[in-house]
Ligand binder design. Structure first.
Ligand code: UDP
Ligand code: MG
Length: 324
């Protein structure tokens, strides 16, 4: 009998959370030789999600919950679930039923064949706006160009099954600024992609907006590649050589032809160009600096407020993580 833990990060999901358990459980109980347990992670919700999770865990013996001390973000909430998961494998799912539970059977099939990371790949991004699709395209293209050692998987999210060794490996990566999609790629192992269609949200609203997505993309870039820094060095060198060439040109024009060269527009263009490049370079350095700033503090990824009705009085580390 295989034991599978389903991890569900929840942030303000009061409208949908009651639908989740019955929908998923009725689907997974048909899978042979498997028993399932759930870890719902309440990520500092401001609505009644926590009360609902308490009720669900009282009603169903295989449902557990963790509640974080505030909103830490989905990436941290997933890590909390991973730390406490005791299954032979873990499935990560969103609470809003956008991830079809029917895919779990297929994931388990591939896991039993020896795959460590079976991730669901969106077959189309049709439901998304043109702008979101284009931004996603640019991000994946840039990441592919920049990161030479490993390739970021396209159109896969956090809906996936992970084997025990994948989970144990992920637990070693305690970085604070988490870009989970990159971390899944970083650990490696045998990966399999299965297609799925994103369902519309069962109820409630998404918490993602363009600024949050831009921040996530920046986090992805700065925590997985230093290529932008090298690019800036390259740009700096190119501009300097250009400036020297231009200087030689201006001097020769003045010396040979006595041409005074119109000063003001040239000066302004060069100044603006240089100013812009310098600001861009500073900004990029700043992004890396902010990563270092956050990482050097070694703060925990999340703090627990409550688990299964108990209020733990210890600082959670990956060594004392038992949910029952
Ligand atoms: N989520 C979370 N913490 C947050 C934001 C979101 O745990 O700060 C959870 C949310 O409850 C849901 C999942 O992450 O289960 C995906 O969020 P959402 O549906 O808002 O994102 P989308 O599906 O639009 O990408
Ligand atoms: Mg969603």
């Amino acid at each position: 009998m295989d034991k599978i833990t389903i991890i569900v990060p929840c942030y303000n999901e009061e409208e949908v959370i009651d639908l989740f358990y019955p929908a998923v459980q009725s689907c997974v109980e048909k899978i042979p030789d498997c028993e399932f347990n759930y870890i719902f992670v309440n990520d500092g919700s401001r609505d009644s999600t926590l009360e609902k999770l308490r009720a669900i865990s009282e009603k169903y013996p295989n449902a557990n919950y963790l509640s974080l001390s505030r909103n830490f973000g989905k990436e941290s909430a997933m890590m909390a679930g991973i730390d406490y998961a005791d299954g032979d494998a873990v499935v990560i799912m969103d609470a809003d039923l956008q991830h079809p539970p029917e895919s779990i059977a297929e994931m388990i099939k591939f896991w039993r064949e020896g795959y460590d990371d079976v991730c669901a790949k969106r077959v189309d991004r049709a439901g998304e706006t043109w702008l979101k699709r284009t931004c996603a395209n640019i991000f994946y293209k840039l990441m592919k160009k920049f990161s030479t050692s490993y390739e970021m998987q396209r159109d896969v999210g956090d809906f996936r099954l992970l084997s025990r060794r994948c989970i144990e490996s992920l637990k070693l990566l305690r970085e604070n600024q988490r870009f989970t999609k990159g971390l899944f790629t970083w650990v490696g192992y045998r990966k399999k992609e299965i297609p799925f269609e994103v369902q519309p949200r069962a109820a409630g609203q998404t918490t993602w907006n363009y600024i949050a997505l831009f921040n996530l993309a920046m986090k992805g870039m700065t925590s997985f590649t230093t290529a932008p820094l090298h690019l800036m060095t390259f740009l700096g060198l190119t501009v300097s050589f250009g400036a020297i060439a231009y200087m030689i040109f201006v001097f020769s024009m003045a010396l040979i032809y006595g041409d005074p060269v119109a000063g003001y527009p040239t000066l302004l263009t060069v100044m603006l160009f240089l100013g812009g490049t310098q600001l861009l370079a500073l900004g990029i350095i700043g992004e890396y600096l902010s990563q270092i700033f956050h990482e050097t503090k070694h703060r925990p990824i999340y703090l627990l407020d409550e688990m299964n009705g108990k209020t733990p009085q210890f600082i959670p580390t990956e060594r004392n993580t038992k949910i029952k």
